[in-house]
Design a binder for this molecule. Structure first.
Ligand code: ATP
Length: 358
């Protein structure tokens, strides 16, 4: 039973509120990713769960046990750091076995456990080596092994892949997902990399300025972002966000901004939003050239070839939007285009609060 419950957790450092009233339940067996830009408080929250940073306010429970004031080593949680924090003078076997030796487990048990973990992580042939004799990916696996050997209630990971090159990172991402499936344990994973979050998480918790913006499955947060911040953070290139105004015309609502006029697939229910300042969001992959819906008129500024796809940057009034589609888009710099999007792919956010309206 390793459900982690975080209740109204805050952490202040002098004038900085790093974590601000976060309430979050992490269920047993989840792969929960704490995601957000640099400085949003994700490492601080993870360190608070680990017990390395005491909370200013709030409570953390693990299963039925209140661990808010429990020292890190008594929390039944294992932390994997970005730097791996391996002991350079110890062999791989002794690095992996270290937590068990610290707990004075019998030698035979330690040996057996280390061998078992080494098999799981494909490290059996490397047990006698020192960390300096390993590649980045192998070191990362040893750090994981040291966490695994303890059989903890949950694994806490702070950007464990950030020291790996792009190719190895992709491979290790898949290995971590596989390991999570095999172990069935709880993983809490910090990253600022949206691809890691989208590919590995069962749920993503998105933080902004210490506050929780949204918690949901990767599909939920991508398809129905709760705020303009989430919409702009997830997706590459980012969602196009255009300032607009909601007006009602012939019983239909339109989002209008200068030349832009998009009929919204919603009637009456939004009438209290009439004339409201909004932000209109459309993902680059949802913009079409021409199309049945009245759209955005603009001029192509640049077309980029990504290999399998192309990106077109289009100037629309004062704004720029990006369109992504399979090659060839048949567009060239200087072309006049009309872009459209199906109503179900149009997102609306309140301009001031940033909160989702539709
Ligand atoms: P990054 O991705 O850059 O690691 P993060 O989202 O993990 O960022 P945190 O490291 O949790 O962010 O930091 C959140 C805020 O708290 C930042 O403004 C940071 O400067 C501040 N902060 C973190 N640790 C301390 C500390 N020990 N003393 C003072 N301020 C701190």
């Amino acid at each position: 039973m390793s459900r982690i419950h975080i209740e109204a957790a805050s952490k202040r450092f002098d004038k900085v509120t790093a974590v601000d009233q976060v309430t979050l339940d992490i269920e047993h067996g989840e792969f929960l990713v704490l995601l957000g830009p640099s400085g949003c408080g994700k490492s601080t929250l993870l360190r608070a769960i680990a017990g390395l940073t005491p909370l200013t306010e709030g409570r953390i429970t693990l299963g039925d046990k209140d661990i808010t004031h429990t020292p890190p080593r008594d929390r039944d949680l294992a932390m994997v750091f970005q730097s791996y924090a391996l002991y350079p003078h110890l062999s791989v076997a002794r690095n992996i076995g270290f937590p068990l030796r610290a707990r004075r487990r019998p030698k035979a048990e330690i040996r057996e456990k280390v061998e078992q973990v080494a098999r799981t992580l494909d490290l059996s042939a490397l047990l006698d080596r020192r960390p300096r004799e390993l590649s980045g990916g192998q070191r990362q696996r040893v750090a994981l092994g040291r966490a695994l050997v303890r059989d903890p209630g949950a694994f806490l990971m702070d950007e464990p892949l950030s020291n790996l090159d792009a190719k190895l990172r992709t491979a290790t991402r898949a290995e971590l997902s596989e390991l999570h499936r095999r172990l069935g344990s709880t993983f809490v994973y910090v990253t600022h990399d949206q691809v890691e979050a989208m590919t590995m998480a069962t749920r993503i918790a998105l933080l902004n300025g210490g506050k929780l913006e949204q918690v949901g499955s990767p599909t939920e947060v991508y398809d129905r972002p709760a705020s303009a911040f989430v919409a702009g953070f997830l997706g590459s290139p980012a969602m196009n966000l255009l300032d607009a105004r909601v007006v009602s015309r012939e019983g239909r609502l339109h989002a209008v901004a200068e030349d832009v006029d998009v009929a919204l697939d919603i009637t009456g229910e939004l009438s209290d939003q009439d004339s409201q300042d909004v932000v209109l969001g459309i993902r680059p992959e949802h913009l079409r050239i021409g199309g049945a819906h009245p759209g955005l008129r603009g001029v192509v500024r640049l077309v980029e070839n990504l290999g399998s796809e192309e990106l077109a940057h289009v100037v629309v009034g004062d704004a720029r939007v990006c369109l992504r589609g399979s090659r060839p888009l048949d567009l060239a710099t200087g072309d006049a285009v009309t872009l459209s999007a199906a109503p179900q792919h149009i997102h609306l956010f309140h301009r001031e609060s940033g909160k989702r309206l539709v």
